[in-house]
Design a protein around this ligand. Structure first.
Ligand code: ACO
Length: 322
């Protein structure tokens, strides 16, 4: 049996940091409200001329170095993002070109905040079937360009960034299981109202801004993420006490705490970046994974559950040994 296994990780965060006190000057909010309701203390914001492929490329270079591979070994690139540079060519081809590699399949997957989980689950299938020997998987997002900076109910939540992993075949696990799901009946609770075939409109003009029914999203997210975690454990006959780390999507500290509680996991066993990064959509899970690995908390062989939930709704989990 061939598994895919993480060979290296990397992340990139834009230079500019925006604190809660800056937001206090922009909208009617307070550091105290943002911290207690969301856990966010600061977030990184991409520069005006920075694109999602800039962030993705920097994260990819860090992961390539960390894996100790030659970039020419990469034979597959999959990127989860909802905020690509262009409609086409797809962002993975842009990153491929900028890495200076040619010929391998390169494509993107759009599943909002679950984008990286969908991308890694897809790349895992290529590696398991022998179609890829070295895959680059990225979650990258400049979601703040879709945010209305006068809307206090959304602008305090988000940040930008990119996280990347290199996966390679291994006889030892590796990725044990991937569970993905979606339910379009919830499409109106979290969405961006314009697109290519529907009234294409420049972000930041008119009502072209991220729309979210926060409270409703919160309730479905807590319920779904709890069952997603249980689904992964049950499918593999693994008891929650065996988990070493939870690496969750970093949308809201209260959602993360609720999932950890359902798994009987103390917060010491959860990789938390929401305070520093805010909600970076598809970038949040791979960046949190990279943080936990690079600071030495996540060790080789440990059992890790990654999970995410986002617009659509989409959701998913990946259970793996690092
Ligand atoms: N500062 C101060 N007050 C605020 C702010 C703010 N930034 N935002 C809202 N409020 C007010 C509201 O107006 C409301 O006031 P009222 O009681 O006078 O009407 C009050 O705070 C409570 O508002 P709620 O929306 O009920 O606050 P809630 O506790 O639900 O927290 C939040 C809001 C943080 C958005 C929460 O609902 C949440 O995290 N939702 C989930 C977000 C998420 O998980 N998204 C999924 C992924 S995102 C993606 O896929 C792109």
């Amino acid at each position: 049996m061939i598994y895919s296994r993480i060979a290296g990780t990397g992340r990139y965060l834009p230079k500019r940091i925006m604190t809660n006190s800056e937001l206090e000057k922009m909208v009617d909010t307070s550091d105290e409200w943002i911290r207690t309701r969301t856990g966010v203390e600061r977030r990184h914001i991409a520069a005006e001329d920075e694109t999602t492929s800039d962030l993705a490329l920097a994260a990819a270079e860090a992961a390539i170095e960390n894996a100790g591979i030659d970039k020419d070994e990469i034979d597959l690139i999959v990127i989860g993002t909802t905020t690509p540079d262009l409609v086409f060519p797809n962002i993975a081809t842009l990153v491929q070109y900028r890495l200076g590699i040619h010929g391998c399949p390169a494509f993107s997957i759009e599943a909002a905040c679950t984008g990286f989980i969908y991308a890694l689950a897809t790349a895992d299938k290529f590696v398991r079937t022998g179609a890829s020997k070295c895959a680059l998987v990225i979650g990258a997002e400049i979601i703040t360009k879709l945010v209305d900076w006068t809307d206090r109910s959304t602008c305090v939540l988000f940040g930008d960034g990119a996280g990347a992993v290199i996966i390679k075949p291994s006889e030892e696990p590796g990725i044990i299981s991937c569970h993905l799901g979606a339910d379009g009946q919830y499409r109106d609770l979290l969405y961006y109202p314009y697109g290519v075939s529907k009234d294409l409109c420049k972000a930041g003009t008119g009502d072209a801004r991220l729309m979210m029914s926060g409270n409703e999203v919160f309730k479905v997210a807590v319920k779904t993420l709890g069952s997603v975690a249980e689904e992964a454990l049950t499918a593999n006959g693994i008891d929650k006490s065996q988990l070493d780390w939870l690496v969750p999507h970093q949308a809201n500290m209260r959602i993360i705490s609720a999932t950890a509680k359902r798994l009987d996991m103390p917060l010491e066993k959860v990789i938390l970046t929401v305070q520093e990064h805010g909600n970076t959509s598809a970038a949040s899970v791979p960046m949190a994974l990279d943080v936990g690995i690079r600071d030495g908390r996540i060790k080789r062989g440990q059992l890790i559950l990654m999970e995410a939930f986002g617009g659509g709704f989409t959701w998913g989990s990946i259970l793996m040994r690092y």
